[in-house]
Design a protein around this ligand. Structure first.
Ligand code: HEM
Length: 133
């Protein structure tokens, strides 16, 4: 299996084991960064959180498939999130939290090859997020 297959397989298993990962992911985000919870106070039905998470998954899948679109998606998120009061350097944390939640959900099914593939993709995302403007 290629690295991209490892990411896709881990996400497929994540989806199969956990119908709605949003609560787990946002719980983890707010545990690590309590200051971010208030930013979603107006999101009473979880719609914004859901749509943000969908965009994050699209970025991960796009990168795994070799698409250039996530680069633009991340660039746009860097700008929009400055306006929300989220520092650029914190955007990466969302992807790390998605990986950690996926790994914990897969538990015994998580493999060293998945771990390596995710480490690669997280470092690719970090290099994009911190690229000079
Ligand atoms: C720790 C990291 C992050 C925090 C704290 C955060 C916070 C937020 C907040 C507070 C909003 C709602 C703004 C509003 O409508 O008032 C938002 C929206 C959004 N975020 Fe994030 N964000 C993070 C990471 C990301 C990442 C990595 C992406 C994707 C590349 C992303 C994509 C989006 C999108 C697309 C929306 C708009 C959703 C919609 O209204 O439909 N966010 N984010």
């Amino acid at each position: 299996m290629t690295s991209s297959d490892q990411i896709m397989h881990s996400l497929e298993r994540f989806g199969a084991l956990c119908a709605d990962p949003a609560p787990l992911i946002y719980q983890r985000l707010f545990a690590q960064h309590p200051e971010f919870e208030d930013l979603f106070a107006m999101d009473s039905d979880g719609g914004v959180r859901g749509s943000m998470l969908t965009t994050c998954f699209e970025c991960i899948i796009g990168l795994a498939e070799g698409s250039q679109l996530p680069r633009f998606e991340l660039q746009s998120a860097r700008l929009s999130h400055q306006g929300y009061g989220v520092p650029e350097a914190r955007l990466d944390d969302m992807f790390t939290i998605i990986r950690d939640t996926c790994r914990d959900t897969l538990a015994g099914e998580w493999t060293p090859a998945m771990d390596t593939a995710w480490a690669e993709i997280l470092s690719e995302i970090a290099s994009m997020n911190h690229a000079p403007a």
